[in-house]
Design a protein around this ligand. Sequence first.
Ligand SMILES: O=C(O)c1cc(=O)[nH]c(=O)n1[C@@H]1O[C@H](COP(=O)(O)O)[C@@H](O)[C@H]1O
Length: 260
Amino acid sequence: MLCVGLDPEPSRFPGAMRGDPRRIYDFCAAIVDATADLVCAFKPQIAYFAAHRAEDQLERLMQHMRTHAPQVPVILDAKRGDIGSTAEQYAKEAFERYGADAVTLSPFMGFDSVQPYLEYPGKGAFLLCRTSNPGGDDLQNQTLASVDGQPRLYEHVARLAQGPWNRNGQLGLVVGATYPAEIERVRALAPTVPLLIPGVGAQGGDAVATVRAGWRADGPIVVNSSRAILYASSGDDFAQAARAEAERTRALLEAARGVA
Ligand SMILES: O=C(O)c1cc(=O)[nH]c(=O)n1[C@@H]1O[C@H](COP(=O)(O)O)[C@@H](O)[C@H]1O
């Protein structure tokens, strides 16, 4: 159930790497090598690469993961969302340029903004549903008076992803570990779609409550932790420390599933 998020921030790199954006690949590859046998996915966040003009390092990292951890799917966290013709370019970027297995998307622009990603057989898209940040409330918790039953916006997204939008079983949903009650609600509405759940670790989400609310034998969950694992140590033992933190988080998730 554990996904390690790859959000490289050079100012937090250890030792001689600190502050050097040219070491983004080296840092992330070391984390990948140290944790690959513990995880069900890796999730590189594209902004952490693009902000440093390090897209070439992201390409190398994607290649590294394919070669050294071919069993681990890679979710490119890009949170895209645009009209169909532009979405086609974003889909090409995610699936052809970077070779990602899945991508994160904002569903705000509607089904035609999601459809181009679904043209890639075997690839997945996780739609933002109830995000981990406090401001997620501002729109996602609004009631839709025009829809039957007057659901909240995030509940409507969950229904669409479980039903009419999920034409080939390629959709999943993003729900924050910081709101377990809402994870439970999403699970009731979307019992079988995979849930990507960020927010454990640095954002303080409850790993045990997350698993109890979201995990089902026929409904997988992918629980992401980024900073708590990446920066578990600021010393030269950073990769070992990342592994230890990943083991600790994974054990918590597994224990919670035992009683789920
Ligand atoms: O789509 C995401 O991955 C995402 C959705 C969400 O609701 N909250 C959220 O934190 N994320 C991402 O998940 C990661 C969380 O990082 P940490 O808080 O360091 O574990 C970041 O890359 C965020 O961009």
